[in-house]
Design a protein around this ligand. Sequence first.
Ligand SMILES: Nc1ncnc2c1ncn2[C@@H]1O[C@H](COP(=O)(O)OP(=O)(O)OP(=O)(O)O)[C@@H](O)[C@H]1O
Ligand SMILES: O=P(O)(O)OC[C@H]1O[C@](O)(CO)[C@@H](O)[C@@H]1O
Ligand SMILES: [Mg+2]
Length: 943
Amino acid sequence: MQVDSLFNGVSVVVLYAPTKDLFAQTAAFYKDVLGFEASDETSTSCVLSTPANSEDKGTIELRLDPARSVDEQTIAANVRYLLTHEQKVDWRTLQSCVCFTTHKIESLIETLEKNKVAYQARPGRLDPYEVYVVDPLGSVVGVTDIGNTIGTSDHSRFKEVANRIKLLDSAGTANKVASSTKNIAVMTSGGDAPGMNANVRAIIRAAIYKGCKAYAVYEGYSGLVKGGPQFIREMHWNDVRGWLAEGGTNIGTARCMEFKERWGRLAACKNMIEAGIDALVVCGGDGSLTGADLFRAEWPSLIAELHEKGEITSQQYENHRHLNICGTVGSIDNDMSSTDATIGCYSSLARICEAIDYIDATANSHQRAFVIEVMGRHCGWLALMAGIATSADYIFIPEKPSSRKDWSDHMCQIVAAHRARGKRKTIVVVAEGAIASDLTPITCQDVRDVLVERLKLDTRITTLGHVQRGGNAVAYDRLLATLQGVAAVDAVLEGTPETPSPMISVVENKIVRKPLVEAVRLTKSVAEAINAKDFAKAISLRDSEFVEHLNNFMAMNTADFRQPSLPVEQRKKIAIINVGAPAGGMNSAVYSFATYCMSRGHTPYAIHNGFTGLARHDAVRPLDWLQIEGWASLGGSEIGTNRKTPEQADIGMVAYEFDKHKFDGLVLVGGFEAFVSLNQLEKARQWFPAFRIPMVLIPATISNNVPGTEYSLGSDTCLNSLVDYCDAIKQSAAATRNRCFVVECHGGNCGYIATFAQLCCGAIASYVPEEGMTLSQLAQDIETLKVSFANDQGKAKSGRLLLKSEKASEVLTTQTIADIINAEANQRFDAKTAIPGHAQQGGIPSAIDRTRAARFAIQAVQFVEKMYDTIAGAENEYGEFVNSPAAAQTACVLGIERSHLKFTSIRQLYDYETEEGRRVRKNIFWQDIRDISDLLVGRVRVN
Ligand SMILES: Nc1ncnc2c1ncn2[C@@H]1O[C@H](COP(=O)(O)OP(=O)(O)OP(=O)(O)O)[C@@H](O)[C@H]1O
Ligand SMILES: O=P(O)(O)OC[C@H]1O[C@](O)(CO)[C@@H](O)[C@@H]1O
Ligand SMILES: [Mg+2]
């Protein structure tokens, strides 16, 4: 048996003794038998340092902790903790902790048996806490012990046992799939995109968590073609620490011509087999995934050729007959079919919006026109969404070309009309792939020339270039990349030769698997349709949201001067009101609502300052086109918002005002107060005929606690402000060394923001009202902090965060938590509080909130149009209200649920899906996110 170092790079090992006796015996064992030196000795803890003459250098902290239970979960939790936190985990550290924490070695044996692990465990000979792990032939492959430096003949085999124990704790079942797939590699390819690093981090950590070895292929396909340990490297838990936020890709990417050739793919195949890679996850754009699809299709012929040539053994040939491959879509272009978003596209959109917001100011000052070129290759998504988010005057995208004469006339007509109405600036967004209907490119210069020659506008061109790919990933990309990474590992682990290779997509809000082959085929067919000048087909092949956004943009940018699309008798008076606290996207919703109403021929009214403004001051004004210009990109609430519900404001007066203004429909934009208001108005329909109109709520609150939706406007803006804030203080904590921050998050009784921020910042814990806080969990988290600070080495030092929802606990306040951590830290590190407060409402709304606001607002107007006749018919011959199920459907919340945009009646939501007292929805949809966040930071849950 070989003898190794006990510590092997780990400077502090924490051991727990659950009973006084065990504590005393263990301390005695270390001191008397092994000669350790004890210090800081009390009846419940002591620090044991290796003997001065020992080659091992390190410290063991021994603690009495009766709270440690002797169950499987604790074994699993501790093993998982150790495997994930110790950069160079030593198997004996692992074993010692398992033994000490659980105390009863029988539990360990039981666990092995339950898992049908092909090992036997026998009681040891030296002391009661020792167990031999024996293989079926009887040779000892591992020894658990509490202090002996007896090693093992085969560390990896013991580790495998430990891995299997660890796998128990996901739903209490052993991992069924890790058997055939052991070595998972991740690669980034094509143009870099913010979020790729988060994707790599998630894949590597999820793979390790699932008991696999994780690898990274450096420099995209070119690393695979070159092969060898320089390009295909094993990755450890801490190798990806701090990667969550970072832009670009730390494992490099490339555009690799060799991989487009068969010989390149043959070399890649051989290199993968040589490195023992069982599964490959490719994060890249349409090109990279096309390459992956081709590689998958060709794989059988590639391995056959390698086998025939004797370049791989028969065993390798047999083991690698099937290529287990999965795509996660990483590209700023958002040009891949079968997914609503690609990792990076929203960060890029954020950069573009920021740039256009800046340009707006100078354009306005000089009354200039700006022609702005954005990236996207052959896809117009970035240009379209930027057009909506910044209320640009005109956009050019490859999917909807027209002849040069037509586009010139159309653009000039719109820009001239906007100028004639008093607009001082002109913004035209040109996708880099923009083309005319004869497939010739439309360049920024072409557009500028037309604006100068025909409209005599002082026009400048700005090409945003690679700025669009730079910077940290926005919250959405971190989330998408992380969830897709975890889903990709699940997908490859579950993959069989029969299952089609998957691509991980997002549809509305849900992560789903799609067949890679089909996604590639659909993506290719867009390009083919464009080349064949079949533009109607091209656009129909983009996802349905793309088409909806395009129609919305066209309706909004021709508002107020085109012939309205509805006949006079169908035009309505529709009011909009903001209720509750401000949330990013409220103004964007009002802007889109108003412009869309104008395009249809409705008259949009704003009710200023909420229901109080209406009841007290008759604060109702029609919305004017020039007045709302620029609101799409403004934070806060331009029409004013107020928390009072109609009943609090005086519902009789509210009804009187509705009647006076003869509103035909109402759009509420707000959070839980708006939800309560809608409920009151709907219930009051029986007394007040003025409320017998379609009413719809667009959820808008940073707390994201509105029943009927998984997404409220403002929650993305809030998440981004919180994430930026956390990034900044994490950096400060890292620079200060050995510091953590306890950050207090808004969100009322809803832990959504804290939970998602934990995932997006890699915080070590989040505490939310739905779970409350327990001392034992806090103790465990402090433990995690202690060990991780103790293990910080050199560059690996990083700041740490714990996030606490303001209402997670009344007793354990943010300050109290920091105080407890400081007391426990015993000056080895310190804790401070950080309270971002109302800054979480965000300044400028995020691109996501702006574009979703437009979509929501337009859907809301369409709802009013559609429901008008239904509610009008809900009166009997005496003019009394008949509340039929159909009538109930005319007062709804517009939300995103799973993968659908849907309207749900306030009756259904209020009566069945709301916890009124706590002001939250009953059904929490983000528990999975909490589990994934914890998994990826190696948090141990004790309750
Ligand atoms: N048809 C193909 N066959 C084999 N490999 C391909 C194919 N298309 C692309 N690849 C590989 O994928 C790499 C990246 O492709 P590409 O440059 O199109 O970027 P992408 O993945 O679409 O990302 P982005 O568009 O965001 O830059 C190529 O350099 C090449 O190595
Ligand atoms: O960075 P490169 O190789 O010049 O490529 C630029 C291209 O990459 C992308 O940024 C991502 O595909 C495109 O939008 C753009 O056309
Ligand atoms: Mg591409």
